[in-house]
Design a binder for this molecule. Structure first.
Ligand SMILES: C[S@@+](CC[C@H](N)C(=O)[O-])C[C@H]1O[C@@H](n2cnc3c(N)ncnc32)[C@H](O)[C@@H]1O
Length: 209
């Protein structure tokens, strides 16, 4: 376990080797999230080290967060990190697949930096843990799409922020999410030499049930 300082967000995090170390995708999503003044409850899926919720809670004293992760090691890491940043009275952490034990739960905002790499990018050198953190399905966007379907099935009409990579998704696929009944906006992009990452703001449309 190594302790790291993230001065831009005024937080420290302890991160073990089997937990995702915050990268450009984490920072893009974190910087894209718009918190309205009346937002009280944020649900983050796949929190990893906890960086996104911890930074948002640190800078928004009224915000409460629930964070899920499918990795037990990540949930233990987030518990330690919320204590380290004196936020354990406002952050609850649970080991869960996405938000599957929270049907009909409608927080003010949902955030997820999902695994988004396609099968072809995942070589044998990846450990099982790395695969779970990074691999989003055959095409790469299946994990994120599954959550869109879940929000629709359960009528969860809230602001949902997520990411897609150009290795698995491009703007021509926006209509696939619109066809599921969501209004979608690309609110940020970051280009690396081999890929582009898009941050997306979405909400199930009022007309859709
Ligand atoms: C790309 S990492 C993002 C971590 C952190 N939110 C960040 O931005 O630095 C994806 C995280 O999602 C978690 N994850 C993968 N599949 C999940 C699922 N079905 N339900 C909940 N968490 C999941 C992984 O364990 C990992 O911590």
């Amino acid at each position: 376990m190594v302790r790291y300082n993230f001065p831009k967000y005024k937080i420290e995090l302890e991160i073990s080797k089997d937990v995702y170390y915050p990268e450009e995708d984490s920072f893009l999503l974190l910087d894209s999230v718009e918190l309205m003044e009346d937002f009280q409850l944020l649900l983050e899926i796949g929190g990893g080290s906890g960086i996104i919720s911890i930074a948002l809670a640190r800078n928004n004293p009224k915000l409460r967060c629930i964070i899920t992760d499918i990795s037990l090691s990540a949930t233990k890491t987030m518990r330690r990190n919320s204590e380290l940043n004196n936020l354990n009275d406002r952050i609850d952490i649970v080991c869960m697949d996405k938000m599957h034990a929270l049907r009909y739960f409608c927080p003010d905002i949902i955030v997820w930096n999902p695994p988004y790499l396609p099968l072809e990018e995942v070589t044998e050198s990846f450990s099982n843990e790395d695969r779970r953190i990074l691999f989003g399905g055959r095409e790469g966007h299946e994990e994120a799409y599954e959550l869109f379907d879940y929000l629709k099935q359960n009528g969860i009409r809230t602001n949902f922020y997520t990411l897609f990579s150009s290795l698995a998704w491009d703007k021509s696929k926006l209509h696939e999410l619109e066809n599921k009944g969501f209004s979608i906006q690309i609110i940020g992009e970051r280009k690396f030499f081999f890929e582009k990452i898009y941050s997306i703001k979405s909400k199930l449309s009022d007309s859709d049930v």
